[in-house]
Design a protein around this ligand. Structure first.
Ligand SMILES: [Zn+2]
Ligand SMILES: [Zn+2]
Length: 218
């Protein structure tokens, strides 16, 4: 596995034009065979004057009768030659990897790893912040997030409700689970959310102390 940090400093030079190649985010699917590249990053020659790219347009026109060309490509840690078919000049310009962004990604992954390590023992120690962080961290592993949620359900207080409610879950199944966590936290603290204003009120309250609404039996 190549992490972002050790990939970005690799130097790859295009044998076709001699230009330094650009580190790009790999497309999710290998266009040719449906397999992944085995790497999150690829080095691609984005030189528009690269002979391979310039000749490619004519070649694709002759062979396939459609408008496309090739970019020269190498995988991180390898000098093996690959070519990638591209439908336009800008095919990879949107996925050029930014060094600052990579550093930020590495930092985020490190924070995730630390929070995951903190999960063991979190329940016994009543330490909920790492679990809350993972619950709302979309870049974390799904199983780790579910483990984090199970811990929240057991030990967290109502302070976790707002952060979870304010988080936009990309995975609807995780969002549904998060809803159940909130429910169990509320029950454990004999609270409920006012159906009119959303503030927390005591389970047995007849009237919301925040908005004054009458609260029927739930
Ligand atoms: Zn080139
Ligand atoms: Zn209310």
């Amino acid at each position: 596995m190549f992490t972002a940090a050790n990939v970005i400093d690799e130097v790859h030079t295009c044998p076709n034009c001699g230009q330094k190649m650009t580190c790009c985010q790999a497309p999710p699917i290998h266009v040719g065979d449906g397999l992944g590249w085995g790497s999150e990053y690829l080095f691609i020659c984005l030189n528009d004057d690269c002979p391979l790219f310039v000749r490619g347009w004519q070649h694709c026109e002759n062979d396939y009768g459609h408008c496309a060309s090739y970019r020269y490509m190498e995988l991180p840690g390898s000098k093996e030659s690959n070519v990638m078919m591209v439908a336009s000049k800008d095919a990879f310009t949107g996925s050029v990897v930014d060094k600052k962004e990579l550093a930020a990604q590495d930092k985020r992954q490190k924070k995730i790893a630390e929070a995951v390590a903190d999960l063991s023992g979190a329940e016994a120690a009543g330490n909920f912040p790492p679990a809350l962080y993972l619950t709302c961290e979309e870049a974390a592993n799904r199983d780790d997030r579910r483990r984090a949620m199970a811990i929240l359900a057991k030990i967290a207080g109502p302070e976790i409700i707002d952060p979870i409610r304010n988080h936009k879950f990309r995975d609807p199944a995780l969002e549904a689970e998060a809803g159940l966590i909130i429910k169990s936290v509320l029950e454990r603290h004999y609270l409920r959310e006012c159906p009119h204003c959303g503030e927390l009120v005591k389970m047995q309250a007849k009237k919301c102390k925040h908005c004054g609404s009458e609260l029927g039996d739930h």
